[in-house]
Design a protein around this ligand. Structure first.
Ligand SMILES: [Zn+2]
Ligand SMILES: [Zn+2]
Length: 659
């Protein structure tokens, strides 16, 4: 265990110590460290309450202050069982003891009066455990199996210092306030109608749609500048497309089940004919099979071996024919079976293959904000982060091996450009490679291409000075991939997108181009989606900006607030001017106090509120209040408008808030 895990795991022991002091009848299961803290699972008639957590935490503090050493004791299996029984903890601990493989050391750790079956390791003294907090109580099935009893899990966290703990708790609070589901509702960005539209299918309200369209505008401008061409493809395709791509049958569980259409009229007679023949044939042959079966089981009839053989041959021939007919029926049905697309690649491959391609056409970069549908298990749906319909910032780059490095580099640079626009200072690229031992199983069996592409990718990453880690054995089936992780302002980690090299699937689609030597070659394909899906990316941006979007992205950019009715006409004039300049503006025509109007703008997180009083109206000026800097004073309207336009055009990030 790392020192931090050691500290947190010691917290599990100290938690159990405190719980047993307060609830001696509690039965213990296990208490490991987690990525962010620790927990312990208890079986107890009494249901833990929030007040209990306070008491338990206070008791833990006492245990820590007692400065108990953590002492290791190695015992035999029999002794271990005996200790567990003496302590009345046989309900779960005997099972946990049995999990320890034969021949492995069995140890207990003791701190004060408490003793737990544990392999270690821990801090030396309980007094090391100073900066901690119990966070929540949750139900957890014993061994994670819902057939087992549900236990009560107490979660906590701990840090080496009080400052780190305070920072973590603050981030946790902020994360709650920034939760995209909460803000999405408050800011009227999107809704779910689980009942009639369905779970995991977000509906975008007008304000949320602004976010989507601004992101698409950014992507389209960026991709146009980088030489991409846009394409459009339908949301469904015949089964055959996904059999070619290999998504069926392997990926079938993640796709929505198919739609079986009615057989087209011109094929219907053939279909009905086949079905009729098949049924008729089967009913004719069934008695023959029965006859054979009956005779085979009847020793008296053995003399009629010839007859039987003859019958058997006829039955077999018939069965072959049935199989053939069944195949034709299946094929006809298959032609009428459609799937919602779960990924855009197969459609794009078809577009590459639709025209004759020469090396002069490469690299060919086909981009589409394509909508995909994936059948996530309903238990895994989570706000915008896990959905069943998603609009993806997708593109496929078809290129030669010689062009690959430059293309891949350009894709990485596009990622970095986006990070800058969104103020993502911390990122990491996770480079997943293959494992030679798994060639032909987990990875396509093309060792040379693996080596070549992985070397190229690695070289590009190093040359571009990109922050990356390399992980073996996690590549995609058809090539190495890069997952891009970013961290939000409050340190929340998030995987934006995956960037993949594909040297196998273009061949499955028979994609070719004519080389300079007039031979045929298969292109490489780069799959890339720097902005991921709208759903996940916007979910992330909401939390990253806490709903305070940069002006270019904000659904409402300016709110005009007249002090009284007298300035309404002035306000209407400004609104029309701003609107004509393409600014998303509203005029607050409510009849209430100025303070209330300003507060509404704050709640709606409008970047600029322009207050219009008599003096402002007279001077064609506005009193500017920004979310970023507060009261910015009175400015001539024309001057403000220029400044606003520039801020939007440069997609500037909001300046740091005052205070
Ligand atoms: Zn332990
Ligand atoms: Zn793709």
């Amino acid at each position: 265990m790392s020192p931090l895990e050691e500290l947190r795991h010691s917290g599990s022991h100290i938690l159990a110590t405190a719980v047993l002091r307060l609830f001696p009848e509690a039965k213990l299961d296990i208490g490991p460290p987690t990525d962010t803290g620790f927990y312990y699972d208890f079986d107890l008639e009494h249901k833990f309450t929030a007040e209990d957590l306070v008491k338990i935490e206070a008791e833990m503090k006492k245990v820590a202050d007692e400065n108990q050493p953590f002492l290791r004791k190695e015992v035999s299996r029999e002794e271990a069982a005996e200790i567990i029984r003496q302590r009345g903890q046989e309900r779960y601990k005997l099972g946990r003891l049995a999990d320890i493989p034969e021949g492995e050391k069995i140890s207990f750790y003791q701190n004060g009066e408490f003793m737990d079956l544990c392999a270690g390791t821990h801090v030396r003294y309980s007094s090391k455990f100073k900066a901690f907090k119990l966070l929540s109580i949750a139900g957890a099935y014993h061994r994670g199996d819902e057939k087992n009893k549900q236990l009560q899990r107490i979660y906590g966290t701990a840090f080496p210092t009080k400052e780190e703990l305070a920072q973590y708790l603050d981030n946790l609070e902020q994360a709650k306030a920034r939760d995209h589901r909460k803000l999405g509702k408050e800011l009227e960005l999107f809704v779910f109608d689980t009942d009639s539209v369905g779970p995991g299918l977000p509906l975008w309200l007008p304000k949320g749609t602004v976010l989507i369209e601004e992101l698409e505008k950014l992507a389209k401008e960026t991709e146009f500048a980088a030489g991409y061409q846009r394409v459009r493809t339908p949301h469904i395709a015949r089964e055959k497309l996904y059999l070619t791509s290999g998504h069926l049958p392997y990926y079938a569980d993640s796709m929505f089940p198919p739609m079986q259409l009615k057989i087209e009229p011109e094929k219907e007679s053939k279909y009905l004919d086949l079905k009729r023949q098949l049924e008729l044939g089967k009913s004719n042959f069934a008695p023959i099979r029965d006859q054979i079966e009956a005779n085979l089981n009847n020793p008296v009839m053995n003399t009629k071996a010839d007859v039987l053989r003859e019958l058997d041959a006829r039955a077999r021939a018939g069965e072959d024919e049935f199989r053939n007919m069944q195949q034709q029926i299946d094929e006809l049905l298959g032609q009428h079976r459609y799937y919602l697309k779960a990924m855009n690649c197969p459609h794009h491959h078809k577009l590459f293959g639709a025209l004759p391609r020469s090396y002069r056409d490469l690299p060919l970069r086909l981009a589409e904000y394509g909508t995909c549908y994936r059948y996530e298990q309903s238990g895994e749906l989570l706000g915008l982060m896990r959905v069943r319909s998603m609009q993806m910032n997708d593109a496929h780059i078809y290129c030669t091996e010689e062009q690959f490095a430059a293309e891949f580099k350009a894709v990485n640079e596009m990622y970095l450009k986006y990070f800058k626009i969104f103020g993502l200072g911390k990122y990491q690229m996770r480079f997943s490679t293959h494992d030679p031992a798994q060639l032909g199983k987990k990875f396509v069996d093309q060792p040379e291409l693996w080596k070549k592409t992985e070397d190229m990718v690695r070289r590009v990453l190093v040359e571009s000075g990109i922050n990356f880690v390399e992980v073996a054995n996690e590549a995609a089936f058809y090539g190495p991939k890069i997952d891009v992780q970013v961290w939000s302002i409050i340190g929340r980690e998030f995987t934006i997108a995956t960037n993949q090299v594909d040297f196998a699937v273009p061949a499955r689609f028979g994609l070719e181009y004519v080389t300079a030597e007039n031979t045929k070659a298969t292109p490489l394909c780069i799959h890339r989606a720097p902005l991921g899906t709208h759903e996940r990316f916007i979910g992330f941006l909401i939390e990253h900006f806490a709903g305070d979007f940069p002006v270019w992205l904000a659904p409402e950019q300016v709110r005009l607030v007249p002090i009284s009715e007298k300035q309404l006409d002035y306000g209407r004039g400004l609104r029309d001017t701003l609107h004509a300049a393409g600014i998303r503006v509203t005029l607050d025509e409510h009849n209430d106090k100025l303070g209330a109007k300003i507060r509404r703008g704050e709640i709606d997180k409008v970047p600029y509120t322009l207050v219009l009083g008599g003096k402002e109206a007279e001077a064609q000026a506005v009193s500017v209040r920004s979310r970023a800097k507060g009261d910015e004073g009175v400015q001539p309207f024309a001057h403000y408008l220029e400044r606003l336009k520039a801020e939007i055009a440069t997609r500037a990030l909001p300046e740091k808030r005052k205070g």
